[in-house]
Design a binder for this molecule. Structure first.
Ligand code: GCO
Length: 469
């Protein structure tokens, strides 16, 4: 059955600055926490970094042409903070501003809307040196950065997204240390979560302060779809505990102006939450024009039964999870055909989270700001309709189709979904997995930076151009 999307539905592709730009020492940019993290041994599985990545800093014209060929209406990209402010409390770097102005103007002339993320994980290193997200000062600096961007880019930006996946910034950055800055400290993790929330609120106010109420503002969360492994009360409790730290810690303050008491209760041995100052929740709770949801897979959880309940084993069990207070939550191994990331495929999870959020926040538009899958691609010589090599990636095509259909089902069930962004336009630097995982609907040959079409790119081109699936 063919499904036709609403006429103004926005089809887009997504990337992030550190994953695609490269040119880390050009245009006055200074190191971010990811440059530093990549230099440490054992942090990135293939020992690589984003130093060159897809070289989009120099190749954005070609990449925008690809977007035109795909027929997408929007590009979700992020700004590298240390290109704009290379030094602590230093002046705005005009070269950085000019670079993004060129990109944004090129998008405008191509008729492609810019959905701009202010923070996709590349914190300036000088801010990390002063405590990073564990320090309140970072949230204040973020507001200043947001104000500068709003003044510089103005209406060239269609939608402003404050943060991408604060879950990853807080828990992978400060909880299990899998991501930059590689810290393992739950107290800092909780402080980071709060300061990310605060940064979001301050940035929304800063942007509206410059551009007025017409500025379209969003945040992107990787809301987890946790399913209880059984209907036993203890497994349901495990799911609720996981939801609390995965989802409620962002949704509560940003959209409802409160932290669920259970979050503080569960972490009272870790922190007294003294970093939450009077008035913070009012700042964080700003009206939003859109909620971005990144979705890849689901997780099945059950209560962990500890054979030995000593303090040491409780702490060990807790540290198995990047989120604090998860010692009684056990995540089951994924089942079915797994992607190259080892993630399960459950398109119904996307449908369910969209419907759930729409019911919980009536009137708030939603967008799927990332969705996609990694597979071990192989290149075949010849066969591209545009000439040259091609990648036949039937698994990625099937994943794409199934998930776009899940969005259609959610809309049918009443969810207010305004757009879908494929992750990713290009294969790129997949964080601690380096270049070993390919998410692109267009391949990048890292030897010569050639862009090679995949079947999934061709399929997305049909979906975007026909507005149907
Ligand atoms: C995320 C990030 C992306 C990732 C993608 C695949 O969602 O983790 O926003 O930068 O590359 O999700 O893991």
């Amino acid at each position: 059955m063919t499904y036709t999307f609403p006429p103004n539905f926005l089809w887009g592709v997504a990337t992030a600055s550190y994953q695609v730009e490269g040119a880390i020492q050009e245009g006055g940019r200074t190191p971010s926490i990811w440059d530093t993290f990549c230099e440490q041994t054992g942090t990135i599985s293939d020992g690589s970094s984003g130093a060159v990545a897809c070289d989009q800093y120099h190749r954005y014209i070609e990449d925008i042409e690809l977007m035109q060929e795909l027929g997408v209406g929007a590009y979700r990209m992020s700004i590298s903070w240390s290109r704009i402010f290379p030094e602590y409390q230093g002046p705005v770097n005009d070269e950085g501003v000019q670079h993004y102005l060129r990109v944004l103007r090129a998008l405008r002339s191509a008729g492609i809307k810019a959905v701009v993320t202010l923070y996709h994980w590349d914190l300036p290193q000088y801010l990390q040196d002063r405590g990073g997200w564990a320090s309140r000062e970072t949230a204040v600096a973020f507001a200043q950065y947001a104000q500068v961007l709003a003044r510089a880019f103005g209406d060239l930006v269609d939608t402003w997204t404050t943060l991408n996946e604060p879950w990853c910034s807080a828990y992978l950055g400060y909880g299990n240390g899998m991501h930059a800055p590689g810290i393992r400290d739950y107290e800092q993790t909780l402080a980071a979560a709060h300061h990310l929330n605060l940064a979001h609120g301050l940035a929304v106010k800063a942007i509206r302060g410059v551009l007025g109420q017409n500025a379209k503002i969003s945040v992107t969360l990787n809301l987890q779809v946790n399913r209880a492994a059984s209907d036993k009360p203890e497994d349901i409790a495990a799911k609720q505990r996981a939801d609390l730290f995965a989802n409620e810690i962002w949704l509560g303050p940003m959209l409802e102006g409160r932290y669920d008491d259970k979050i503080m209760q569960a972490t009272k041995e870790i922190s007294d939450w003294g970093f939450v100052q009077q008035g913070d929740l009012e700042i964080i709770h700003q009206s939003l024009d859109n909620l971005g949801i990144n979705y890849y897979s689901t997780a099945y959880v059950k209560q962990r039964h500890m054979s030995d309940s000593s303090e040491a084993s409780r702490i060990a069990a807790s540290h198995a999870n990047p989120m604090p207070a998860q010692e009684y939550v056990e995540v089951l191994p994924p089942t079915g055909q797994l992607t190259a990331m080892g993630w399960n495929q459950e398109p119904e999870g996307l449908r369910d989270i969209l419907v759930e959020m729409s019911q919980r926040y009536p009137g708030l538009a939603l967008a799927v700001t990332e969705n996609g899958s990694a597979w071990d691609d192989e290149v075949e010589s010849g066969g591209s309709p545009f000439g040259g090599e091609i990648v036949h990636d039937p698994e990625r095509v099937a994943y794409l189709d199934a998930h776009v259909r899940a969005v259609a089902e959610a809309i049918d069930l009443g969810a207010a979904v305004s757009g879908y962004f494929a992750w990713s336009l290009l294969d790129n630097f997949e964080w601690s997995l380096g270049y070993s995982k390919r998410f692109g609907i267009i391949r990048v040959d890292y030897e010569n930076q050639e862009r090679i079409w995949k079947d999934s790119g061709l399929r997305y081109r049909e979906i975007a151009r026909s507005n149907t699936v």
